[in-house]
Design a protein around this ligand. Structure first.
Ligand code: ADP
Ligand code: MG
Length: 373
């Protein structure tokens, strides 16, 4: 067959490389938010504010109170493969931060108009830098607070093909809200604020308690239905909450799993959870959960997908059993707690009065419903 491509072989220039990388790292506005918030968390921030306009297409602003970037290093952070998180191949085996490829800032800046303000902790002043399609202007002094603020405007303005794939503003905003909610759950020690087109839609306290983060991001009703899950097997552990069987739902939408702090989708974890509920739940109903699984790093392969949401386990059976038994134990304990304990006659006073005083009509209806199942 005749060769159709007669071009010479050449190494790609920096901007082409960054734009290709951008296609992998930056798929839509929520991927920008994810990368930037993970940088904030990696920088030790205890408070992170995410502001978006028009679903993040017009504006994404991430402000943190983390360690900041030293002024002379600000341009370096935007070079591809520039990272402060690993130095040598060995470090890949002991990564404790969320990002490490050193690609995000380079990629995001190559497909947007970006401003960064950063002041290192303890420094007298900060620095600001503007990049247009990845091309940096000069760094200037800036009187900004300690920490970092990254402002991304007009995402994909120079990649029209990508722009066309964006969903409606409301769909992109929903994806961002979901993402920030999940980040808040995996980092209860960080206070997250989300401001959507000028309106604050999420604020978590950052008090370190998972239950408070769940309350703030998933709501009161979900929080009231929770049973605590806790289990361990050697160096593997699982903590978090599952919903009470009577609070089951019609979809798997309220199942959230983290493995070593990362939000993951895993059929194995879903199956372990649902297997534990199987005898107590109607067909077509699904439990909700927020479960945090901690595994030795060599049991987890998170490098299977650039967005790192799909995860593979070494020793699948052990992981399944860990989650299954921990959830099962939480469900058994709840039933144990709820079984009426016979009291010595001397302590029984006005049982009927007790009964009604301790139950709201809602709880009463729910317990009736549970009894009917
Ligand atoms: P990576 O996170 O993989 O190292 P990035 O391109 O996301 O790569 O960031 C490059 C570097 O810029 C980081 O390693 C870090 O040193 C610095 N940096 C980025 N964002 C922040 C931030 N919010 N606070 C402090 N330093 C940051
Ligand atoms: Mg990063």
């Amino acid at each position: 067959m005749e060769r159709t491509n007669l071009r010479k072989i050449a190494v790609l220039d920096k901007h082409t490389i960054d734009k290709i990388a951008a296609g992998e790292v930056v798929e839509r506005p929520s991927s920008v938010v994810k990368e930037l918030v993970e940088n904030s968390i990696d920088a030790g921030a205890t408070a992170v504010t995410v502001e978006i306009a028009d679903g993040g297409k017009k504006l994404i602003r991430i402000t943190d109170n983390g360690g900041g970037i030293e002024a002379s290093q600000v341009p370096t952070a935007f070079l591809s493969h520039a990272t402060s998180k690993i130095e040598k191949p060995d470090d890949l085996n002991s990564i404790h931060t969320l990002g490490f490829r050193g690609e995000a800032l380079a990629a995001i800046s190559s497909v947007s108009r970006l401003d960064i303000f950063s002041r290192e902790r303890g420094a007298l002043s900060g620095a600001k830098l503007h990049l247009e399609g990845g091309v940096p202007e000069t760094v200037e002094d800036a009187g900004c607070p300690e920490g970092t603020s990254v402002i991304v405007r007009d995402l994909f303005y120079n990649t029209p093909a990508r722009l066309k794939f964006m969903k409606r503003d409301s769909a992109e905003a929903t994806a961002i809200a979901g993402l920030v909610g999940h980040l808040a759950l995996s980092h209860p020690e960080v206070s997250f604020k989300l401001i959507k087109d000028g309106t604050q839609t999420l604020l978590t306290p950052g008090d370190g308690a998972l239950r408070s983060a769940i309350y703030a991001s998933l709501g009161r009703e979900f929080t009231l239905s929770l049973l605590e899950v806790k289990g361990a097997d050697g160096d593997m552990g699982v903590t978090g909450f599952g919903t009470s069987p009577i609070a089951s739902r019609g979809t798997r939408g309220m199942q959230t799993f983290f493995v070593n702090g990362r939000l993951v989708k895993s059929q194995l974890l879903t199956a372990a959870l649902e297997e534990a509920y199987s005898n107590r739940m109607m067909k077509g109903k699904f439990p909700g959960c927020v479960l945090l699984v901690e595994l030795p790093r060599d049991m987890v392969d998170v490098n299977v997908h650039p967005a790192k949401t799909i995860v593979k386990f070494v020793g699948e059976k052990r992981v399944f059993d860990l989650v299954y038994h921990a959830v099962m134990a939480a469900l058994d304990k709840r039933e144990e707690d709820e079984r009426p304990q016979p009291k010595p006659a001397s302590q029984v006073q006005n049982p009927r009065g007790d009964f009604f005083a301790n139950m709201t009509s809602q709880q009463y209806r729910e317990s009736q419903r549970a009894a009917e199942k």
